[in-house]
Design a protein around this ligand. Structure first.
Ligand code: GLP
Length: 219
């Protein structure tokens, strides 16, 4: 797996070189697509090829009201990255159970800013073309915010919740498209024939708000 000319593992490993001046800041997403990539990173950690001690992570979205559920993005990330040496204080995930979602949003934006933005944003794309929970029509300059989920996003995510539409939250917190655009590099992962059209649009069409997958160059 490559990101421009260097491997992701090399980028993460280079965090040790940055330290103590700077941590390597990684934007991460959920869904089934990045799982293989996370497993490779965990394997590299176990083989002592890299360490996450000097890595900060920012997760790009979270459902509202599902934090302690096994399918929450908190659970998803912890189930993967607990197998590495990342320090929990360096992992940042929006709290969808926060009493004040606007304050949670502001705090998260501030933390991204203090960390110096995301150096690498590793993202999947939903079959409904959503990135994180930025759905069709999301502004190119949008920032972290509360979003109502569109029916096609709910349909796409029901498979994680027993296929039951009623179990999929209708509200979520998500970073904005602006955070994707601001990232130093974006690695886009797309797998499966059902995403062929999404990939086609990402490669062939220009940058515009009618398809969040189009907002950055795909590799
Ligand atoms: C969810 C996440 C997105 C992710 C998408 C893709 O909707 N909120 O961040 O990109 O799933 O899921 P998958 O990779 O399983 O198709």
């Amino acid at each position: 797996m490559t990101c421009s000319h260097v491997t992701l593992a090399e980028l993460v490993a280079s965090a040790e070189l940055h330290h103590p001046d700077k941590f390597f800041t990684l934007g991460l997403s959920t869904g089934s697509t990045p799982l293989g990539c996370y497993q490779k990173l965990i394997e590299s950690y176990k083989n002592r090829d890299l360490s996450f001690k000097y890595v900060k992570t920012f997760n790009v979205d979270e459902y509202v009201g599902l934090r302690d559920h096994p399918e929450s993005y908190h659970s998803f990330m912890w189930n993967n990255f607990k197998h590495t040496d990342i320090h929990s204080e360096n992992t940042h995930i929006l709290d969808g159970n926060a009493a004040d979602l606007q304050a949670e949003r502001d705090t998260f934006e501030e933390k991204i800013k203090v960390a110096g933005g995301m150096e690498l944003f590793l993202r999947g794309i939903g079959p409904a073309q959503h990135i994180a929970f930025n759905q069709l029509g999301s502004s190119l300059v949008s920032r972290t915010r509360v979003k109502m989920l569109a029916m096609d996003t709910i349909l796409a995510n029901a498979r994680f919740l027993d296929g039951d539409l009623a179990k999929v939250p209708t509200v979520a917190l998500t970073v904005g498209v602006g955070a994707v655009i601001d990232a130093g590099e974006v690695m886009t992962l797309v797998t499966g024939a059902h995403k062929a059209f999404v990939l086609y649009k990402a490669i062939k069409e220009g940058v515009n708000h009618s398809g969040p997958c189009l907002h950055t160059q795909c590799v």
